[in-house]
Design a protein around this ligand. Sequence first.
Ligand SMILES: Nc1ncnc2c1ncn2[C@@H]1O[C@H](COP(=O)(O)OP(=O)(O)OP(=O)(O)O)[C@@H](O)[C@H]1O
Length: 299
Amino acid sequence: MTTPAIELSNLSKSYRSLWGKESVALSALNLEIQQGEVFGFVGPNGAGKSTTIKIIMGLLQASSGSAQLYGKDVRDADSRTGIAYVPESALLNDYLTPLDILESGCHFHNVKTDNLRTHCLKWLERYDIANVANKPLRSFSKGMTQRTALAHAMAIQPKLLILDEPLSGLDPLGRKLVLDILAEYRSQGGSIFFSSHVLYDVERLADRYGLIHKGKLRTVRSPAELLGDEATVLITSYGKNEVAGMQHQGLLRWQGEIKRSVLWATLEALEKAGHEIHEVRSTTTLEQAFLDLIKIDTQ
Ligand SMILES: Nc1ncnc2c1ncn2[C@@H]1O[C@H](COP(=O)(O)OP(=O)(O)OP(=O)(O)O)[C@@H](O)[C@H]1O
């Protein structure tokens, strides 16, 4: 068996206030992320996501338990070679330019390339910031800074990407751009561990999702497991003949919201009846499925 990309065993973290009061942020977390896996760490604000990521990145010390990257304890800085991290609010030196930042990142991670400048410019182009490659970051919007941080992460050709709320601060176009790049990285075998407090725009990205709530990992599921048989699908078609489950909407248009378990049977029936299928869209969101689970868990 290959070594997991991330292995957390009984990981706990408590913070102590100035008055000595302890609050538990993470409680005995056990989790394995395999190489090549995309894992979404999802939970509401204050659930413990950033605390977990900061421990993995060596920025915080766990109170107990252990965290390993590719079999190496995270307290050993070498464990993070070839691992890219983008924090929620990227703290980049704002006197530097995107090109400076990418080039120094590549030097630090020992990236081998024929022409470093061309390599870095390629990544700035992918993130649509090549036109400001030589401008200092202090003039940038939050979205542009976030894009620089993401371009820096990809330019080091990481074996694992760790992203804390990767889409926060980005407009819809920026979000789509980042999701497309992450999907491409994933299709080339890259591993991703990302956190998010909302699911709707990352729900197609991960192989598995872990739900963290009040410092405890409540459940780890694949999107299919999470949606189960309760998932519904909305079908829109055009045709003359009636088909079970479909409601006539005037002229040739039909629409039906059906259980996912009867999707294929319905599509076959529509084809047989000579309908042209216009759209098939999931109407049950992962977000709702998770919210339902928390309700069940806390009852
Ligand atoms: N430096 C700190 N000192 C004391 N308590 C802290 C500190 N950092 C985080 N906490 C507390 O630990 C808990 C977990 O916080 P954490 O930032 O890990 O949550 P999160 O899931 O990342 O939330 P968000 O989505 O808002 O970033 C929260 O109750 C938070 O208030």
